[in-house]
Design a binder for this molecule. Structure first.
Ligand code: UT7
Length: 320
């Protein structure tokens, strides 16, 4: 039955100019293309230069999403940016993006849920649209994790990249749109993936620290559970899913998670080989790639999922 829903009207993405291969990375870090490929599936990552920031990348992705949606920037009444690497501690980078897009007056704020940030941002924006407090929203995931990596720590620095993805959500009476979202967090596991600095503790930005093996184990369990929960909330079986657009942290996590749900690998969008883990940008970036190359079509049933520091995790079921 048709009801007021948040429909994805357009997608966009942006990547820094500089692309770094595993072999290039191995020239400055004690690692190898073989190790990175075998353990993670990653081949390349994009690394931001000085003039490329979370806000500039986010604004570029947003412009492309607006163009794809055929919506003027000034019609946007809500901007939600998911990021763990804002340009400044404050103001919210969403307000910088707002300025770059030439928009004034609409609500604009950042959401901090690290790698699952885009799912959190999408859920907030679609709730506001369903409640009637917004009608055309930009939901953006943008990150410059290269700036918080410890380039001496080969266990983490090879895994991440920079980039941005965005969607325009438009209120429509429709059977399409966001059908269900589910979000979770468990602060007990905060020390497994965190940044060792911050304005209120060290007064510094800090560097990313991760217990990779433990994160891996939790990720597979949590992601499979939240996908099942969200599909149930949407009232659709896993066999009806056309595409899974997972968080792109590690090809092995993606494989293990979709196998638990009994979904075939051909229905999964994988970009981790090209972009590495871009945290909150990873899901909208992968979504935009699969929309632009024609794999994801209007009317397809898609599942988005992510898990990250906190821990936080979540999923969304969308009729595209
Ligand atoms: O978005 C959510 C955030 N993050 C994730 O989802 C990441 C989750 N975790 C992972 O993806 C994997 O656990 C990693 C890719 C981080 C690691 O893979 P692993 O199979 O769990 O390897 P490991 O941590 O058990 O390390 C195995 C070995 C170690 O050597 P020893 O102690 O066995 O001799 C490491 O020192 O690999 C070594 N190692 C490396 N070797 C070459 C660690 N990093 C590297 C490296 N190059 N970059």
């Amino acid at each position: 039955m048709s009801q007021r829903r948040a429909v994805i009207a357009g997608t966009g993405s942006a990547l820094p100019r500089t692309r770094v291969s595993n072999a290039e990375l191995a020239q400055r870090v004690d690692t190898s293309d073989e190790w990175i490929t075998e353990r993670t599936g990653i081949k390349f990552r994009h690394i931001a230069e000085a003039d490329e920031t979370t806000a500039t990348l986010g604004a570029d992705a947003a412009r492309k999403a607006l163009e794809a949606a055929g919506i003027e920037a000034n019609d946007i009444d809500l901007i939600v940016l998911a990021t763990a690497t804002p340009d400044n501690t404050f103001p919210a980078s969403a307000t910088k993006i707002q300025k770059m897009l030439g928009i004034r007056g609409c609500a604009a704020f950042d959401v901090a849920a690290v790698c699952s940030g885009f799912l959190y941002a999408l859920s907030v924006a679609e709730s506001m649209i369903r409640a009637g407090s917004a009608s055309k929203a930009l939901v953006i995931g943008s990150e410059t994790f290269s700036r918080i990596l410890d380039w001496e720590d080969r266990g983490t620095c090879v895994l991440f990249g920079d980039g941005a993805g965005a969607v325009v959500l438009a209120a429509e009476e429709s059977e399409r749109g966001v059908l269900a979202t589910r979000l979770h967090a468990d602060g007990e596991h905060g020390e497994m993936l965190y940044v060792d600095g911050g304005p209120s503790t060290t007064g510094t930005v800090g560097k990313l620290r991760m217990k990779g093996r433990e994160v891996f184990r939790h990720a597979v369990v949590n992601l499979a559970e939240v996908m099942t929960e969200t599909l149930e909330a949407a009232g659709v079986g896993a066999d009806r899913v056309d595409w899974v657009v997972p968080h792109q942290a590690n090809a092995r996590i993606i494989d293990a998670t979709v196998r638990k749900l009994g979904l075939p690998a051909e229905k999964v969008v994988v970009t981790v080989d090209q972009h590495a883990n871009t945290s909150a940008a990873s899901v909208p970036l992968a979504l935009d790639v699969a929309v632009r190359d024609g794999r994801i079509q209007r009317g397809d049933l898609i599942v988005l999922e992510a898990m990250g520091g906190g821990f936080t995790w979540g999923a969304a079921v969308v009729r595209f």
